[in-house]
Write a protein of this length. Structure first.
Length: 443
């Protein structure tokens, strides 16, 4: 079926859920050099799929309680789901909640080794859950509402005025958004959107958990009597105010409380929401070229010499030594790439627009900063939700202003992803492409 035609007829929806909790004893992903493997399960992980249809136009969303997917895995999965459901690849959003307490599912340096057999099984389960959602569709209506939840903060950033100082600033858009589908007067499915890193549980935790998105959806499901699906927003630089809790009774209690707070805000959004006046469907995905910040060969040689010497001398903490070893491996690989003249100059960032009536979802294949997401929301026009960690993950997508401050996300994170970091033009390029293409969404 096409994902491009516009429709104004009856909206139908299908939903399915599958358990994707990994076996205990596998490695986890989300934190560098955490002690491995997993030793238990605090709460189970799920993949949830919703398929929407209107006038033979179908779109689908799959949300997984996982950190994120490599673009190559996403491409293979997208093709398989498209064949199983008949939904165009452009009409599929494959998103992850970005929990840092799930199975290793991305080849991040020093952040957990993937189990190849488990990844094959995961792929099969995700295809099956999407196919089940597409198999049985029901007439539904849709409503949309918003509320506020002051649960997140912007991470510590370097100050330009005082290079060694750090400052904290508050998020400007602590919005909770909910799309609820109903069969008659009864809830059928709630899609909950909020922007915050799922790191309530910290690197000491070795129990599988969906973190706060899992706690929030569980609360919302119990309160409404219907399934709930979570989409993370532009949370690349947003952490919970209560973060990195120890895996003890107090830490898990706080996790539940944060989930309940977010869930209660979602209930208010549903209560105050309004029906969508139209339910036309449309979707498009494209890849935007973002120039990379390629280091010079001299810079890489200096990094290699410095880290080799530091590792030889020793005397640093085990964590610092492990980070030096990881950065040394990245520098050596990068130097070889540059020498072979095969090093990329641009990264291709996925930009997806998905429209449900007057509502626009903009999905990005990376970890977008809050300010970048806010700019895209303004450029998107009408009600617009920016979704991160969707359709593959290329790493952090900082806002232009963030490059003035530097910090981990700018200077080091791309080394764990095994690539060069994007440059400051990424925000402008994504916003410009969104503006040029949005006219098609409303045509």
């Amino acid at each position: 079926m096409s994902s491009f035609r516009k429709a104004r007829k009856e909206l139908r929806a299908g939903y399915a859920r599958v358990d994707i909790t990994p076996p205990v004893g596998g490695e986890m992903s989300g934190f560098f050099a955490r002690q491995q493997p997993s030793i238990g399960i605090h709460d189970r992980l799920f993949a949830r799929a919703v398929v929407l249809e209107s006038d033979e136009v179908r779109i689908g969303i799959v949300s997984c309680d996982l950190l994120g997917f490599h673009p190559d895995f996403d491409a293979e999965l997208r093709d398989a789901i498209s064949r199983a459901t008949g939904i165009s690849g452009e009409g599929l959003m494959i998103a992850c909640t970005h929990t840092h307490s799930g199975a290793a599912c991305y080849p991040l340096r020093g952040c957990g080794r993937m189990d190849v057999r488990w990844m094959r099984e995961l792929r099969r389960r995700l295809v099956r859950v999407a196919a089940r959602a597409a198999r049985k569709l029901h007439p539904v209506t849709a409503r949309f509402g918003r509320d506020q939840a002051d649960l997140a903060r912007v991470r510590w950033l370097r100050s330009t005025a005082r290079p060694n100082a750090l400052r904290r600033i508050h998020p400007r858009h602590p919005e909770v958004s909910v799309i609820q589908f109903r069969r008659g007067q009864r809830p059928f499915l709630s899609v909950l959107h909020y922007a915050c890193h799922p790191v309530v549980l910290g690197p000491e935790n070795r129990r599988i958990s969906a973190d706060y998105p899992g706690a929030a959806t569980a609360f919302l499901e119990e309160a409404t009597g219907a399934p709930a699906l979570f989409l993370n927003g532009a949370s690349g630089n947003l952490n919970p105010k209560i973060a990195h809790q120890r895996p003890d009774a107090e830490g898990f209690r706080r996790l539940r409380e944060i989930g309940e707070t977010l869930g209660k805000s979602a209930l208010r959004a549903i209560r105050d929401g309004r029906p969508l006046p139209e339910t036309d469907l449309w979707a498009r995905i494209e890849w935007v070229e973002a120039p990379l910040r390629r280091p010079s060969t001299n810079e890489l040689r200096r990094t290699i010499a410095r880290d080799r010497l530091a590792l030889k001398r020793g005397g640093e903490s085990p964590l610092r030594q492990a980070m030096r070893a990881a950065f040394l491996a990245w520098a050596r690989e990068s130097l070889r790439e540059l020498a072979s003249r095969k090093a990329p100059r641009v990264a291709k960032v996925s930009l997806q627009q998905m429209r449900l009536g007057p509502l626009l979802l903009v999905a990005l294949g990376g970890e977008p900063y809050e300010a970048l997401g806010a700019r895209l929301q303004r450029r998107g026009g009408r009600p617009c939700l920016v979704v991160g960690y969707a359709n593959g993950n290329l790493g952090y997508l900082p806002s232009r202003e963030a490059f003035r401050y530097g910090g981990y996300e700018i200077e080091d994170a791309h080394k764990f992803y095994g690539r060069f970091g994007v440059g400051p033009s990424v925000e402008k390029r994504l916003a410009s492409r969104l503006v040029r293409r949005r006219r098609r969404a409303w045509a």
